[in-house]
Write a protein that binds this ligand. Structure first.
Ligand code: C2E
Ligand code: CA
Ligand code: CA
Length: 385
């Protein structure tokens, strides 16, 4: 309201909020403005938590009514965090701090709701901030490593590509999988730095394999939408290719459909620029998101990766088999190659071969391995199947 209608308008709204809050409670109850748009209500005597619940419900209901200010009709939301003495804190400072945490939880849950404080809220916040701190340290100390998982071409009967997968070699906790830190890295923006490191390292290590004699091998790198949308991403990729000497046609970037939710047009423009450089784009985890066939035409893709969850039941579920068959033939008709992810058994491999899937990736061929084991993996790669 301050930004769009001005501060004096915001001040009037605050006064109206204060009036409405006061009129919701009895006279002996304290209502105070704490700061900004935060208010405190102190219910001095309650007999049970149900009483608090019905009070919170009443508050939320009253805030659904519009505000009439200077001829405008405005709507607002309310988020309520609740602490109870002495259960949730022995003094006012602690009660307020914990109520604040509960209020943020209410905001997170989509606003217009109330949340009681729970100790797990504090633990989660502490855990998160610890993780964030150690992630900063990990970047400074170079605690990340890459492992590579092969993509096996069924017709050519050999490994044609390696997907780079990051791990965090934590000094005390051991190897931490990406699922434990990538989303925090995205939320905090640290993903840009981590992602640049991944790309530079993967390109350099792939170039070394080319020089060793594995010319023609491709490297796939997972790109988060935060990275792609950061100003200068295309230049960064160009720089890294130049510095490492890897030719662009050997680089493939894996993106997910979620990338397409916002800024669709901008993202398509960036992907088209990358394609012009000769870089390939593949769509990861296909089948878990929107699976929009419409997107498939619009994104400049070269590969579709069918998610592991589709492959798992391929032997047992005949409907599943038909779905995969349809996806493969449709993708191939519009000029895409298809990689099946998470292939673990010979039976799954056989089905996929029957369905004319182009490539498979999964534990059947190999689990992800560090760079030091790649030559041995590539040597034995074609003997696996
Ligand atoms: P993803 O891109 O779908 O990667 C495939 C995941 O499936 C990998 O898990 C891999 O180890 C696992 N996998 C491969 N074959 C099999 C199999 O046969 N069976 C089973 N059960 N699992 C298999 P990982 O390495 O833990 O990576 C998880 C996710 O983290 C990746 O999913 C990717 O989305 C993300 N990730 C990994 N590295 C990076 C990175 O450098 N940058 C970004 N932004 N995300 C990354
Ligand atoms: Ca991937
Ligand atoms: Ca995947």
């Amino acid at each position: 309201v301050n930004d769009t209608l001005g501060h004096s308008f915001g001040d009037v709204l605050l006064i109206k909020v204060a009036e409405r809050l006061s009129s919701t409670v009895n006279e002996d109850i304290l209502v105070a403005r704490f700061g900004g748009d935060e208010f405190i209500i102190l219910l001095p005597e309650i007999s049970c938590t149900d009483e608090v619940v019905s009070f919170a419900d009443k508050l939320i209901k009253r805030f659904r009514e519009p505000w009439h200010i200077n001829g405008y009709d405005l709507f607002s939301t309310i988020s309520v965090g609740i602490t109870i003495y002495p259960r949730d804190g022995s003094d006012i400072v602690e009660l307020l701090k914990n109520a604040d945490m509960a209020m943020y939880k209410a905001k997170e849950m989509g606003k217009n709701n109330y949340q009681f404080y729970k100790p797990s809220m504090r633990e989660k916040i502490i855990e998160r901030s610890e993780l964030e701190k150690s992630l900063h340290r990990a970047i400074l100390n170079n605690e990340f490593i890459l492992e590579y998982q092969p993509q096996f071409d069924i017709e050519e009967n050999r490994i044609v590509s390696l997907e780079a997968l990051i791990r965090w070699a934590h000094p005390t906790k051991g190897l931490i999988p990406p699922s434990a830190f990538i989303s925090l890295a995205e939320e905090t923006g640290l993903i840009s730095e981590i992602g640049s490191w991944v790309m530079e390292t993967a390109c350099r290590e792939m170039k070394a394999l080319h020089d060793y004699g594995y010319k023609g091998l491709m490297v796939s790198i997972n790109i988060s939408s935060v990275q792609l949308q950061k100003e200068g991403f295309v230049d960064l990729v160009k720089d890294i290719l130049e510095r490492t000497g890897l030719e662009p046609q050997y680089l493939e970037l894996e993106i997910t459909e979620s990338l397409m939710i916002d800024n669709f047009d901008d993202n398509i423009a960036i992907l088209n620029e990358l394609k012009k450089l000769g870089i390939k784009i593949s769509l990861d985890d296909f089948g878990t998101g929107y699976s929009s066939l419409n997107y498939l035409k619009q994104i400049p893709l070269s590969t579709l990766k069918i998610d592991k969850s589709f492959i798992t039941d391929i032997e047992k579920d005949s409907a599943q088999k038909f779905i995969i068959e349809a996806i493969i033939s449709l993708a191939q008709k519009i000029g895409l190659e298809v990689t099946a992810e998470g292939v673990e058994s010979v039976e799954q491999f056989k089905y996929l071969k029957e369905l004319h899937c182009d490539r498979v990736q999964g534990f059947l061929v190999s689990k992800p391995e560090p760079a030091s084991k790649l030559v041995a993996m590539l040597e034995s790669g074609s003997k696996v199947l």
